[in-house]
Design a protein around this ligand. Structure first.
Ligand code: CTP
Length: 430
């Protein structure tokens, strides 16, 4: 039996180690058993940091979590329907607890054979061998590796292998999970598993999955470090149709994804206003750039994207061509015009425009927008306009807007100039 205590000490912080010991102590006290499982164990062997800690409890995970949270002065969020909970410690370590999946739970100490079968059952329902290893947290066996399906062997061979032939039928989201894991770890999906994936794609079993679950997997793909390689591999499996029936791999997409990384890198280093951008949405917009407006809407609605996400995707899809043409033009364009073109867009859409713009002129104008125009404010404030007798409303907004445009174009330099113009405008109906 391999003991991984030393490896655990190398990879986990001291407080995480103490916490895992505490889990073992409490589970003993409650007559339960506790095991570290899934990605955390896999990544321990790959020396990759994994801050998600998943623990399976042979016993009532919610009762267990409540006790742990009480003792640690932590916070617990429970999902009674699933028998799971998440405990967050005062040091912000987050642990997910699940009850070993089995209809009836038999107290471990009483029946050792049955005791183990419930945990083994749980592991055997999982997706891939590399994800079905566990580490015991129980007294006397703390750190012992439990590897019924030779996950270790597959890690050594660098391969992704389904635990059983029905893995993708049980849960078709595993098609995307498997491909994502393959590319993230630099492994290969072994031939039999690849055939199972192909078969389940041909049979379109993924259509039975609830859309939000598929959406979450698509998001996870786009949130990986190098999503293009995963998308390409999904395409090799002819599985892009899981995302959208008309989705095709655009031949420039690899280059565009790289350009998106560069644009976001530039934005993070240079934009004075640090509004964080959702890079996965930019990749999504790029992926959908050849899909019609209706097709994009279909995707957004089917996968229940949030309203804000939907608006961002759609705004890009509708207007990008027109805006880019103007921005790339050689003729002089006033800053206020650039501002008016880009300001209504999300930062995500603007960064995608920057990525796909082939012209340095266009890119430069977008950089100027982020750098200068977007943060520019008028010297006159709302109260100055109110003092001129203008009430809040469309006229008021229009006056502020017109002053800003003149300031962007370098016509006004002082507050007095702005105020004089405001006085003129206040008398007119705009
Ligand atoms: N799992 C599964 N089938 C799924 C999702 C998850 O069998 N469709 C199992 C796997 O054993 C996985 C564990 O649940 O390791 C935890 O899932 P999750 O946290 O989503 O994945 P990780 O493997 O931890 O991967 P990541 O590093 O992406 O978080």
């Amino acid at each position: 039996m391999q003991n991984l205590s030393e490896k655990m000490r190398d990879c986990f912080s001291q407080s995480t180690m103490m916490l895992l010991k505490k889990v073992g102590d409490i589970s003993k006290d409650m007559g339960y058993k506790a095991y570290l499982i899934g990605g955390t164990v896999r990544d321990l062997f790959l020396r990759k940091e994994n801050l998600d800690i998943d623990i399976v409890i042979e016993g009532d995970a919610i009762l267990f979590g409540e006790r742990l949270a009480r003792e640690l002065h932590g916070i617990i969020i429970s999902h009674k329907r699933f028998g799971t909970c998440t405990v967050t410690t005062p040091e912000y370590i987050k642990i997910d607890f699940a009850t070993a999946r089995r209809e009836t739970y038999v107290k471990p100490a009483a029946l050792p054979t049955v005791e183990f079968s419930s945990f083994r059952d749980d592991l055997s329902r999982r997706d891939f061998t590399v994800n079905a290893m566990a580490i015991s947290l129980n007294e006397g066996e703390f750190g012992n590796l439990i590897d019924y399906f030779d996950g270790m062997g597959d890690i050594e061979k660098k391969r992704i292998k389904a635990l059983h032939d029905k893995s993708f039928v049980d849960d078709p989201t595993r098609i995307l999970r498997g491909i994502r894991l393959e590319k993230r770890l630099g492994f290969t999906i072994e031939p039999h598993t690849a055939n199972l994936i192909r078969k389940s794609i041909e049979q379109e079993i993924y259509k039975k999955v609830k859309e939000p679950r598929l959406r979450d997997e698509i998001m996870l793909v786009l949130k990986e470090k190098e999503p293009f390689h995963i998308i390409k591999r999904i395409d090799e499996f002819r599985a892009l149709k899981i995302i959208h029936p008309y989705l095709k791999l655009h031949k420039d997409l690899g280059g565009i994804f790289t350009a998106i990384d560069e644009a976001c890198g530039w934005y993070n280093n240079n934009s004075p206003r640090k509004r964080s951008v959702e890079k996965w949405l930019i990749y999504l917009m790029a992926l959908f750039s050849d899909i019609s407006h209706d097709g994009t809407m279909y995707f957004c609605n089917k996968f229940e994207l949030k309203r804000g996400e939907k608006l961002r995707v759609i705004s890009y899809n509708r207007q990008s061509g027109r805006i880019l043409k103007t921005l790339n033009a050689r003729r002089k364009i006033l800053p206020s015009k650039i501002y008016r073109l880009l300001e209504p867009l999300s930062h995500e859409a603007t960064l995608l425009l920057m990525a796909v713009s082939r012209s340095d002129i266009g890119k430069g104008r977008i950089m100027e927008f982020f750098h200068k125009y977007n943060g520019m404010r008028t010297a006159v404030k709302g109260d100055d306009i109110k003092a001129l007798g203008v009430k809040n409303g469309a006229h008021f907004a229009r006056i502020m807007e017109k002053i800003l445009y003149k300031k962007l174009d370098g016509i006004f330099r002082t507050k007095e100039e702005e105020l004089a113009y405001a006085k003129k405008l206040a008398k007119r109906r705009l």
